[in-house]
Design a protein around this ligand. Structure first.
Ligand code: ATP
Length: 242
């Protein structure tokens, strides 16, 4: 090993895609030659036209989909070489908010948010404060005992967001986290994600909401025609504009 190598000074790679292709049903090519690296502490917006493959990309990173070809490394592990039993441990380091938020209808909002902690073997007293704080942050402090069937779409989405954050994951994958909420709540959700990012969590936010992308100076991954490109923050560019 060379003594001059400086790779150890760079933050750890959390996600690395190399020449990734993903085709649905053998014909519908959604990703082609996609490359990206996400390191500890990075924050990226993921944008692109509807149907470009943003959700597909997030599901690939969550290991819910397999690439047709190419290399996907998560926390340094080549996903195709992992035994099925090894995936849950890696997934526990990921917090995900997908559009179809699978909350459990027979559990209260509190119990849904607490579930990942219970599954990991923690006791109520260990996580109670965090669950209450997150629910109140997302505006559901008065709904902790409500069950999903009586919550609106936006409220359910916020419960799902709180559930994704409660275990303090190393990487948050959020698919349109502000899609079903009013602008004020959307701003609060983004503040929460930025605060977690300041504390070291890497974040990818897929969004169509250009009000948010224009206001927050974070780099943008753009997905178009199967290719991923990295762009400078729109917020900074706007400030530099004459
Ligand atoms: N399970 C599936 N089987 C076959 N095709 C699929 C599947 N899931 C998604 N697709 C197709 O793949 C393409 C990419 O879908 P995806 O949901 O990833 O796009 P997106 O960029 O997230 O879209 P949007 O911005 O509208 O949410 C779309 O054409 C979609 O119809």
């Amino acid at each position: 090993m060379s003594a001059t190598t400086n790779t150890s000074e760079l933050p750890q790679k959390i996600v690395e895609l190399r020449d990734v292709a993903l085709t649905y049903d053998g014909t519908h090519e959604v990703l082609k030659h996609a490359d990206m690296v996400l390191r500890e502490g990075d924050f990226r917006f993921l944008t692109g036209p509807s149907g470009a493959g943003k959700t597909t990309l997030l599901k690939l990173i969550y290991m819910a989909l397999k690439p047709t070809s190419g290399s996907v490394r998560i926390f340094g592990e080549e996903v195709r070489d992992l035994a099925t039993d090894d995936r849950p441990a890696l997934r526990r380091r990921l917090g995900v908010v997908f559009q179809e938020n699978r909350l459990l209808d027979h559990l209260t909002a509190y119990e849904n948010v607490a579930l990942p902690m219970r599954v990991m073997g923690f006791k109520d007293q260990d996580y109670r404060g965090d669950v209450m704080e997150l629910l109140s942050w997302v505006g559901l402090g008065d709904h902790i005992l409500a069950k999903p069937p009586v919550l609106s779409g936006g409220q359910k989405q916020r419960v799902a967001l709180a559930r994704a954050l409660v275990s303090k994951p190393d990487l948050i994958l959020a698919d349109e986290p502000t899609g079903n909420v009013d602008p004020e709540m959307g701003g609060k959700i983004m503040q929460l994600l930025l605060e977690l990012n300041r504390l070291g969590t890497a974040v990818i936010v897929a969004t169509h909401d250009f009000h948010i992308v224009r206001r927050i100076p974070m780099k943008i991954l753009r997905l178009k025609e199967g290719h991923l490109t990295l762009h400078q923050p729109l917020a900074e560019l706007t400030e530099q504009a004459p």
